[in-house]
Design a protein. Structure first.
Ligand SMILES: [Zn+2]
Length: 186
């Protein structure tokens, strides 16, 4: 009984708030259409990020969700960049993290610059920073040290995209909570 009562109250509160909100929008004429969760998610998945080509290590900007692509001007495969978070990474230059790629030996470029996918080979490899790898003592490394190196290898997002991603996360949370209350109030 108590639960039902609370639900009823909740529903009324939401309706009053919705009414108030609607009125405010009409009065100030600033009724900006709220985006759907799908729209926010799409922007999040297509944020611009850095891709690096396999041979010439050319940096290219492309949407995050493109996966591996063929870089038309050079005909090389371009992979999304990983950043090494190791503060003592030998590849680090100033405050810039070292960027690297995890290549996939099953991929190649076809005669018409198309991406060719070969049969799968072995297990999926975790991204490993090649600059750190060159100075690591793999024989004597503890499991904790190995795990730390794995955590340091993270998908790279340029600072502008990372900042936008944080805004989108907030927007998503706001819309999600709003829609959640609406469902609960019905
Ligand atoms: Zn490194």
């Amino acid at each position: 009984m108590q639960t039902a009562g609370r639900k009823f109250m909740g529903s009324r509160t939401v309706k009053s708030l919705a009414l108030l909100y609607g009125t405010v929008i009409i009065i100030c004429g600033c009724g900006k259409q709220e985006r759907t969760l799908e729209e926010i998610e799409l922007e999040r998945r297509t944020l611009p990020t850095v891709f690096i080509t396999q041979e010439s290590r050319t940096h290219v900007t492309a949407p995050l969700n493109q996966g591996v692509v063929v870089h038309e001007p050079t005909g090389e495969l371009a992979y999304p960049a990983f950043a090494c978070g190791n503060p003592n990474c030998p590849g680090r230059e100033g405050d810039q993290p070292f960027l690297f790629i995890q290549t996939d030996p099953t991929l190649s470029v076809g005669p018409n610059n198309e991406l060719v996918r070969g049969p799968p080979k072995g297990a999926f490899n975790m991204p490993v920073c090649p600059a750190c790898l060159a100075v690591r003592d793999l024989e004597n490394e503890t499991l904790q040290e190995q795990a730390q190196y794995m955590r340091w290898a993270e998908e790279y997002l340029p600072p502008e995209s990372a900042a936008r991603e944080a805004e989108l996360d907030e927007e998503y949370q706001r819309v999600y909570e709003k829609s959640g209350r609406r469902v609960g109030g019905q």
